[in-house]
Write a protein that binds this ligand. Structure first.
Ligand code: SAM
Length: 213
């Protein structure tokens, strides 16, 4: 077993399982995706650390536990179609792609999107589709989605996104100001939306028409 494989196993046990995430599909996805491939060369030795890491362009790959908490909250089924806002490194998209059927991921920074596409192609993910755009408007022609994952901090819950969720669909989104946010799980019901606060968090800003300017 390689050093990275050992570190990955230990990360899943100590940072994810021990903190209460028990869903088999989620744990298996984290055991399968090589996180070291998604971080820059000079960060690889810290790929399995219990913290976010810089990925260039002033952006970050989130802490493994946060990626796991958000993934778990989406309650994904294998036939689900998922929208992700903020492709970043592509790591979260790969985790989603291990569990669900089709992943549509939007990134506003061209350089990050093209790096992520390249890595995901090399790893053989053909169920992940990435485009460069303002994700705050969603991806209308691929909607409705079973689940939406927003991996950047939003000032509110954009209507454009709840409109693109199926009834019964789930969305995870950090909502707050530029310094701190609450991680919200939003479920769309026949009569509106239900919100559950999963706790405090800190993300880079979601910039766009329905986000921060
Ligand atoms: N999910 C990523 C990963 O696994 O590496 C981490 C994402 S990083 C915390 C947030 C990302 O959201 C950044 O790459 C940023 O450029 C992107 N972003 C911010 N505003 C956006 C928008 N309106 N549309 C799409 N992407 C956006």
């Amino acid at each position: 077993m390689s050093v990275f494989e050992k570190e990955r196993k230990s990360m899943v046990k100590k940072q994810i399982y021990k903190r209460g995430i028990r869903e088999e599909k989620v744990l298996k996805a984290f055991e399968s995706v090589p996180r070291e491939k998604f971080v820059p060369e000079d960060q690889k030795h810290m790929a399995y650390g219990d913290h976010p890491l810089p990925i260039g362009d002033n952006q970050t790959i989130s802490q493994p536990y946060i990626v796991a908490l958000m993934t778990d909250a989406l309650e994904l089924q294998k036939e689900d179609k998922v929208l992700e806002l903020g492709t970043g490194s592509g790591y979260q998209a790969a985790i989603l792609g291990e569990i669900a059927s089709e992943i549509f991921s939007i990134e506003r920074i061209e350089n990050l999107a093209s790096n992520a596409k390249k890595i995901l192609r090399e790893l053989g993910y053909n169920n992940i589709h990435i485009k460069v755009d303002d994700g705050t408007l969603g991806w209308e022609d691929k909607s409705p989605f079973d689940a939406i994952m927003v991996t950047a901090a939003s000032p509110n819950i954009p209507d454009s996104l709840t409109e693109q969720l199926k009834t019964g669909g789930r969305m995870v989104i950090p909502v707050g100001d530029l310094h701190s946010q609450d991680l919200l799980k939003v479920t769309k019901t026949k009569s509106g939306i239900e919100k559950v606060n999963l706790g405090g968090c800190r993300f880079v800003p979601l910039k766009g028409e329905k986000g921060w300017s």
